[in-house]
Design a protein. Structure first.
Lengths: 391, 235
């Protein structure tokens, strides 16, 4: 600690250079933390799917609907315990920025297959009996201040759900979950009767996806194969996969997101490493004489090296702290961005996790260490007489 | 060729003994002999001036005595310590306790104020922060700059900077002070002040002083003057 004033005063001397380096470092850590949080959110969403649920959809495109009689046919396949229609409705509440997931389902079957959706019994009964009724997640209710009894209008952007006017839903219940047992349950969604949408569209729609509950998760592959083989020679062959794989498929549509984001993070980190290393090299070069004086006074080469590395580490620490603070603030805003916010909200205790923050700080310190190491090594090796001769 | 100092105080123990020292610098493929079999004996409490033309080896000799450079051959003994076998780390530790170095261009750390500059060598000791501050203040008082303790080098005149540098050199109470042209960058009045201080440290505090200088008036303050030419002493 007694050497701290030397380190601090050197950083303060060229405060513009110090500030610009710290800001560059903080941008790096900010990007790293935000990207890692997004990756973690997506990854968690992918791996939180139930292992004994399968999703069946049209083999060619998820935009194609399956015939209505497929539900009974799938239900009859050995290994299938229960089955429910789940259609992505794509409804928008007032304006696009308010987007949240909303799905047309068969209420009784859906709640049987999805025990993580927890509703008070009276709300459950009310919803089952109310064809215009809907249930919403606790976080969605908080987001828009929805209450039981409110009427909500949604207008879908999917052509076959467009009927010339918005659909009107009455909120019959607000569901919650046991986050310890069912982490990753989306509490930002809305569910309503498939029957209501089916009738309102003149019975012209079909099945978007079928979610199947199977007896044995170990048989997921075999049951999937059985379902797809059953429809192999039909006009609408199917593709069946586990819920996890189905979610992963969505992400795969956007390419290898994690690879892309990590690549961006790595490129930024490397650039900042060069910037910081350059700053430290200039700082050490400017102080060759000073380093020689310190050594003349009896400072060992190791101590001089430690002082320079400490200076670089301090740059890293400051950059890391600012970067983490910035990323916390921005992640809090990101959850309100359409689509991306929906993904992020699946992250339990959403926000910058201590793990990502610690990792970010570790990266900042590592950049500082690497950036300071070589200039410090030069200082370590510098000979007093040569440095003083250049005065 | 060698020159052995005899200053008429043979009874006193040697503060510095330079024995048959050669220093050869390698410049690409050429060898440059800067000191050639040099011998020097400086008794404790002596004030020695080293004079000679540029390139004669004065600063090199001073650096060897201060332990910031190593001879190619021969021995340098300061006090009871033979510097020859010491490692870099041991030499650094030894310097911090036994040598005070005064440079021509003061070499104060620009980001530190006067008292922090003086306190620098004390950071290598186990003294408490309060004790370090007290000692640094005492050193500044001795050089007459107690009231300038918060001033940064850029806020001081050349003479004042050099006095702070002298305070820094003596703050650890070393037995030997080495000064490389301490008045070379000063006006006549400041130079007198600096030389007065050095004489004070020599007479009142018993410091052994070795001073490289081109200035005959500065050299007159010393007890003994040695002249170096082409790496050998010619008294």
């Amino acid at each position: 600690m007694k050497f701290a004033p030397i380190v601090l005063k050197h950083l303060r001397k060229n405060w513009i250079r110090t500030l610009s380096t710290v800001l560059a470092m903080s941008v790096c850590i900010f990007l790293f933390c935000v990207l890692q949080t997004v990756i973690a959110a997506v990854d968690f969403g992918l791996h939180s799917g139930n292992t004994n649920r399968l999703v069946t959809r049209d083999a060619v495109s998820i935009a194609n609907l399956l015939p209505m009689n497929y539900k009974q046919k799938v239900a009859a396949i050995p290994g299938v315990k229960d089955v429910v229609i789940v259609n992505w409705f794509g409804g928008v509440y007032r304006e696009m920025k308010n987007f949240f997931p909303n799905l047309a389902v068969e209420p009784e079957a859906y709640l049987r297959i999805h025990p993580e959706i927890m509703l008070p019994p009276d709300q459950k009964e009310k919803w089952f009996g109310d064809v215009r009724g809907a249930i919403i997640g606790r976080k969605l209710a908080q987001r828009f201040n929805f209450k039981v009894g409110d009427i909500v209008q949604l207008e879908s952007f999917i052509p076959y759900y467009r009927v010339g006017k918005p659909f009107e839903f009455a909120i019959d219940g607000i569901y919650d979950t046991d986050e310890a047992r069912y982490p990753g349950t989306n509490l930002d969604s809305m569910y309503f009767h498939f029957k209501y949408v089916y009738e309102a569209t003149g019975q012209r729609i079909g099945i978007g996806t079928l979610t199947t509950l199977i007896d044995d998760p170990g048989q997921a592959g075999a049951v999937s194969k059985r379902i797809d083989e059953y429809f192999d020679n039909s006009d609408n062959p199917t593709k069946t996969e586990t819920e996890q794989a189905f979610r992963a498929g969505f992400v795969a549509l956007a390419g290898n997101l994690a690879l892309l984001l990590n690549g961006i993070g790595l490129a930024v980190a490397f650039t900042i490493l060069l910037v910081t290393a350059n700053t430290m090299s200039i700082a050490v070069r400017e102080r060759r004489q000073e380093i020689a004086v310190l050594k003349t006074l009896g400072f060992s080469s190791g101590l001089v090296m430690t002082l320079i590395i400490s200076e670089a580490l301090l740059l890293g620490l400051m950059g890391g702290l600012i970067g983490i603070f910035l990323s916390r603030a921005v992640i809090a805003v990101l959850v309100n961005v359409p689509f991306l916010g929906d993904v992020l909200r699946q992250f339990p205790n959403l926000g910058l996790s201590p793990q990502v923050a610690s990792f970010g700080m570790g990266i900042a310190l590592l950049i500082g260490l690497l950036a300071g190491f070589f200039p410090a090594l030069l200082a370590y090796r510098s000979r007093i007489t040569e440095a003083l001769r250049q005065v | 060729m060698s020159a052995v100092t005899n200053i008429g105080v043979a009874a006193r123990a040697s503060a510095v003994r330079v024995q048959n020292v050669r220093k050869v610098y390698q410049r690409d493929s050429q060898s440059l002999t800067v000191l050639d079999g040099l011998n020097l004996d400086v008794p404790t409490g002596e004030f020695v001036a080293l004079m000679g033309p540029s390139g004669s080896g004065k600063t090199t000799l001073l650096n060897l005595i201060a332990g910031i450079d190593r001879p190619t051959s021969g021995r340098v003994v300061v006090g009871d310590t033979d510097l020859t076998p010491l490692s870099e780390g041991e030499l650094a530790k030894w310097r911090s306790r036994n040598i005070g170095f005064i440079f021509q261009f003061y070499n104060l750390i620009p980001v530190l104020n006067a008292i922090e500059n003086v306190e620098l060598p004390l950071l290598l000791t186990n003294l408490s922060s309060k004790e370090r501050r007290q000692r640094a203040m005492t050193a500044l008082r001795i050089v007459g700059l107690e009231d300038r303790y918060k001033h940064y080098p850029r806020q001081l005149s050349g003479g004042q900077e050099q006095r702070v540098a002298i305070a820094r050199a003596v703050v650890t109470d070393p037995s030997v002070l080495v000064a490389d042209e301490p008045t070379g960058d000063l006006d006549a009045r400041s130079a007198e002040e600096v030389l007065d201080l050095m004489q004070t440290f020599n007479k009142e505090f018993g410091k052994t002083i070795l001073m490289v200088t081109h200035d005959p008036r500065a050299a007159e303050r010393a007890h003994v003057q040695h002249h170096l030419e082409k790496g050998v002493l010619r008294d």
